[in-house]
Design a protein around this ligand. Sequence first.
Ligand SMILES: NC(=O)c1ccc[n+]([C@@H]2O[C@H](COP(=O)([O-])OP(=O)(O)OC[C@H]3O[C@@H](n4cnc5c(N)ncnc54)[C@H](O)[C@@H]3O)[C@@H](O)[C@H]2O)c1
Length: 377
Amino acid sequence: MTEWRPRVAIIGTGGIAHVHVRMIRDLGGELVAVCGRTLGAASAFGHADPYDDPARMLRERAPEVVHVCSPHHLHAEHSIAALAAGAHVLCEKPMATKLDDGLRMIDAAARAGRTGAIAYTYRGYPLIEVLRSKLAADHFGNLRRVGGCYLSQDVFAADKYVWMFSPGTTGDSYVLMDLGVHWLDLVEFVTRQRIVEITAQLSTHQPERIWRGAPGEGREPPGSRTEDGGVRVRHGLEEQADLLIRLSNGAAGSATISGVSPGHPNTIALSIDGSERGADWNQQDPNVWIERSATGNTTIQRSPDALPQHLAWMSKLPSGHAEGYADAFRNVVFQSWAAMRGGHFGYPSFADGLRGLRLIDAALRSAADRRPVSVGD
Ligand SMILES: NC(=O)c1ccc[n+]([C@@H]2O[C@H](COP(=O)([O-])OP(=O)(O)OC[C@H]3O[C@@H](n4cnc5c(N)ncnc54)[C@H](O)[C@@H]3O)[C@@H](O)[C@H]2O)c1
């Protein structure tokens, strides 16, 4: 797909870092180093030379690209260090935990003359691009409604703990930062409209969770000791967010974002109503979309031929053969690397990352004040 075979380093050695390894290799990158919280973690991760000090890794290995896969609150620190060392950055979402950190990352990229990309991986589905181009071509008529959901069962188990419940790791939100940010990005990306107003209601269903030190739970948080050696943590973070949104063209819609929905491993749904037709798409069945009209609905298969010419590279398998998450993920890494090389591909940028933080900030303020909140640029 690309002639560029950059020297790449990864910071963070958890679940998503393994996916990045696969994408880097698929695209012909050379993975030169991996930096974990400890040398043991980086060694156990494998794949490349292990480090536990990002500064040393950047100095010694001089990667051209750094993929930042550490926990949310470290994205800014790790990205800014990589940019200052002359690397381009592909940073995991959410961009940061605070708006100020997002702004500092944008400033660091500008000062370094390097590209900052955000791993909004769901943008990489070909059918997302199909819906986007059909909306732009007024295929659905005037856009009236955008709705949907992001439902998962990530933290459904009664006392399930993840590091995002540890103070300081995720800002003031759990589910919007972890899942909602993807849905909000998809809405603005697909519609090319801004969300100008948000009304949010947040729910915390399981305010007490137990840390046991399992993978994904992070370091021991403050809390009270349980009889079996765990740590009982009380937190005020939302596991469910219900959002009402208004778009810049006047369209309106709603979504539920939840990490406690049994039987939903990763349901991301996007539903569009226009004045002529409607559309539905679901990430768990990403090779089809439903076109709705007042006289009946049609299920339409992904087909490379349906993509605009300049996006034909996104979908290589013939229609009727499943493409999926890994293909979408690889597409976003490819777009981001192409942008780093000065190519003219669209890609999810640091500006898009900051946008996600602004939308979440507005949602949190709305929920706190129990009122609609306007979203600035
Ligand atoms: N784009 C997506 O769809 C997607 C999917 C999953 C995760 N993510 C994002 O990726 C990031 C990591 O998530 P994950 O699921 O891999 O979590 P994880 O808990 O599996 O991994 C986090 C890793 O970071 C390591 N770490 C902690 N402190 C560190 C430090 N100081 N230096 C280096 N490494 C450190 C931990 O040891 C752990 O290995 C999160 O921000 C998450 O939101 C994005």
